[in-house]
Design a protein around this ligand. Structure first.
Ligand SMILES: [Fe+2]
Length: 288
C-alpha cells in the first residue's frame, strides 16, 4: 500500500491502486456508493412507514445512513482526495430532505464530487422508476451531475473521470455519444457507473446474493435485450477491446469486488456504504 492510512470514525476504507502507463502524477479518489440515505420525515403520511422501514434496513452500528454520510465526505477531505466518486443509490428515495442532505454534503465538501445516478436515487419504492418519477425527480439531480445525468465528465489533471447512467440496465444514445467522444480525447479515462460490467468471478457471488447476475454484459442484464445495442457496444469497448478506459468503478451489488475485465482493465466494485461506512480509496499513478 502506497498511501498513508488515515483512520476516521464511522468510515471503513479499502485500498486499490491503478497503474497507468505514462502518467507522471498520482491521483487519489474516494469511492462511495449505495449510501441509501432514507430521509423519511418529510415524505407523505402514506409512505412514511415503508420509508422508515427502509431506514432501519440501511442503518448499522446504531447509526442511520443519513447520519453517517457526512463522515464519509469528511474522510475524502482528510485524505485530500482529488475527487469523490459517487456511483448511485446515494439516496434511497427522493424526499426533499434526502435530496437536500446529499446536495449539502456535496456542496460543503472541499473535494468536488463526480456523481453517477443509481436506480434508487430518483424513485420511491411504490412508484419505482416510473415515467412520473423520471420526469419529476431525476431532473433534481442534474445540478450535481454536471448538468446531465445521462453522461458527464471532468478532467482531473492527466485523467478524465466519466460518469454514465446505466442504472436501468441500459445505456442511452446520449450517454454512448458522450462516452465515445471522451474516448477520443487522448487521456486515460476512469469510467464510473452504478452497475458493474459482468465478469466471470462475479457471476456466482452476484447470483447467490440477488438470485441472478445483475451486472451488465453477457450473462447479466441488458446485453441480450433487443434494441440495447448500446449495452453491447459499451461492453465491447470497455471490457474487450483496447480503449482509453483504465478502470471501471461501480456499486449496485452491495459487496466489494476487485478483478480485471477480459481485456485486463481493472473493475473496482465497492461495498455499500450505508451500514458500516465501507468505501474505497483509489490511487491512480504511473506504471513503475
Ligand atoms: Fe443499492
Amino acid at each position: 500500500m502506497d498511501m498513508e492510512v488515515i483512520q476516521a470514525p464511522y468510515v471503513r476504507p479499502v485500498y486499490s491502486t491503478v497503474e497507468v502507463a505514462g502518467l507522471t502524477g498520482a491521483y487519489t479518489f474516494l469511492h462511495i456508493t449505495d449510501m441509501h440515505v432514507c430521509a423519511w420525515q418529510d415524505v407523505s403520511p402514506e409512505r412514511r412507514e415503508a420509508c422508515h422501514i427502509r431506514e432501519e434496513h440501511f442503518s448499522g452500528e446504531g447509526m442511520t445512513s443519513r447520519e453517517r454520510m457526512p463522515h464519509l465526505f469528511a474522510y475524502g477531505e482528510a485524505i485530500r482526495a482529488d475527487r469523490m466518486l459517487l456511483t448511485g443509490d446515494m439516496i434511497d428515495f427522493p424526499s426533499p430532505s434526502g435530496v437536500a442532505a446529499l446536495k449539502d454534503c456535496i456542496r460543503r465538501c472541499t473535494v468536488p464530487s463526480v456523481y453517477a445516478v443509481g436506480n434508487h436515487d430518483w424513485s420511491y419504492a411504490d412508484d419505482y422508476i416510473s415515467p412520473y418519477a423520471r420526469a419529476h425527480y431525476l431532473p433534481q439531480l442534474e445540478d450535481i451531475s454536471g448538468g446531465c445525468t445521462d453522461f458527464h465528465y471532468e478532467e482531473v489533471g492527466e485523467l478524465i473521470v466519466a460518469a454514465m447512467d446505466n442504472a436501468l440496465d441500459r445505456v442511452s444514445d446520449r450517454a454512448m455519444e458522450g462516452f465515445s467522444a471522451v474516448c477520443r480525447m487522448g487521456k486515460p479515462v476512469i469510467l464510473i457507473m452504478h452497475i458493474p460490467l459482468t465478469m466471470d468471478s462475479l457471476h456466482g457471488p452476484t447470483a447467490a446474493m440477488w438470485g441472478r447476475d445483475i451486472c451488465m454484459g453477457p450473462g447479466g442484464v441488458g446485453y441480450d435485450r433487443e434494441g440495447e445495442e448500446n449495452v453491447r457496444r459499451l461492453y465491447r469497448m470497455v471490457a474487450l477491446e483496447p480503449s482509453p478506459v483504465v478502470a471501471v468503478v461501480a456499486g449496485h451489488i452491495h459487496f466489494g469486488h476487485e478483478d480485471t475485465l477480459p481485456n485486463g482493465v481493472p473493475q473496482l466494485v465497492t461495498e455499500l456504504a450505508a451500514r458500516n461506512g465501507a468505501c474505497r480509496v483509489i490511487t491512480v499513478k504511473g506504471k513503475a
